[in-house]
Design a protein around this ligand. Structure first.
Ligand SMILES: [Zn+2]
Ligand SMILES: [Zn+2]
Length: 265
């Protein structure tokens, strides 16, 4: 049993075959998918993620203003998020954070939007999904100021340094690995993954991006999370199923999704 803790299956890339994609996920043993709503918060994009979660029992949603879109973060956006995050199938606020690799929004605006949304999450009582790329130091320092340790969250698609992993764990966050873990040249990431305790790790696809080996270069989909589990299993010298069980339990605990717990053997 597996959970894809971060995917974008509400996105247009899946408009033509979303039902089959979910069917293949189920057939691969995936019991839940968290679809992360992104885009202009006032455009209806976040509502699309929620509507998908309403239609499909196995799908959960999160909402947030991605660091790429930080320039769209406004008072009106904050008000909208405040409403949407209360929906029963919205299990987290995110993805939020900093992306200094693409710099699609000015860094100062990224920092403001990140800090403001951490405050929103705290007020709403929801954990956070953090996106950090080439921004470890600023991400950690803003988290130190604004993260609610009781609610926690996850560093998604982790590609940071060993230092960032240690700091994130010390802050009470979980660490989620994506398909990059399966790439040939990811030895350093694998050595970081080895040191993340089994009760603090999640797996994800970040579909439709970053398909794992052996699907590299294709459109990614939740069924392929099994390949991430396989890679993590090799790292820890245990079975894929055991990794599935640990990461599913962690998902249920972090996002307070009781229904998955009841599915556990
Ligand atoms: Zn991301
Ligand atoms: Zn994402």
């Amino acid at each position: 049993m597996y959970v894809d803790s971060h995917a974008h299956i509400d996105s247009a890339e899946f408009d033509s075959d979303r039902a089959q994609v979910l069917e293949r996920a189920r057939a691969a043993g995936v019991v839940a998918v968290l679809t992360v709503g992104t885009g202009d918060p006032l455009s209806g994009a976040l509502e699309r993620a929620i509507e998908l979660a309403e239609r499909e029992e196995m799908v959960y949603a999160s909402v947030g203003v991605h660091p790429h879109d930080a320039r769209l973060f406004s008072e009106a956006a904050a008000e909208r998020l405040k409403d949407l995050v209360q929906h029963p199938k919205v299990v987290a606020l995110g993805e939020i954070g900093l992306d200094y690799h693409y710099d699609n929004s000015p860094r100062q605006q990224q920092q403001l939007a990140f800090a403001a949304q951490l405050k929103l999450a705290r007020a709403a009582g929801k954990p956070v999904i953090v996106h950090s790329r080439a921004a470890d130091e600023d991400t950690i320092s803003i988290l130190r100021r604004e993260l609610s340790p009781d609610l926690g969250g996850v560093m998604h698609c982790f590609t940071g340094s060993a230092w960032a992993a240690e700091e994130a764990l010390a802050l009470g966050l979980m660490i989620s690995f994506a398909g990059i873990l399966t790439f040939k040249r990811a030895d350093e990431l694998r050595s970081i993954a080895r040191r993340v305790p089994l009760d603090r790790v999640l797996i994800e696809t970040d579909s439709p991006y970053l398909a794992p080996v052996p699907h590299r270069g294709q459109r990614n989909e939740p069924a392929y999370v099994v390949e991430v589990a396989r890679s993590l299993a090799e790292i820890h010298g245990m079975s894929r199923e055991e990794i599935g069980r640990h990461t599913t339990e962690n998902f249920a605990r972090l996002f307070r999704v009781g229904s998955i717990k009841t599915l556990l053997p």
